[in-house]
Unconditional design. Sequence first.
Length: 94
Amino acid sequence: MQVSETRELTREWFEQLFHRYGQKLERIAYSYVRDKDTAQDIVNECFAAIWGRRESIEIRNMESYLYQAVRNESLKYRPVSYTHLRAHETRGNL
């Protein structure tokens, strides 16, 4: 699914896009954050950002854009590892 001008997105087409890719994107987000609610929030945030900027951004390959946006947003939410926490706590106790 490609669109050269994001401004051409209609609400109906956008809803179809969400239904087509939403679950796949949630699985990708979940693979990073390991929390279903957070994964859903990430996907919703990505779609909301695109919809909100639809008049000013241009996306040539919507599928690739969505996957990359979800990946990037997921990395922001990724939980800090236990090892990292322990290392930080140890440094604080020295």
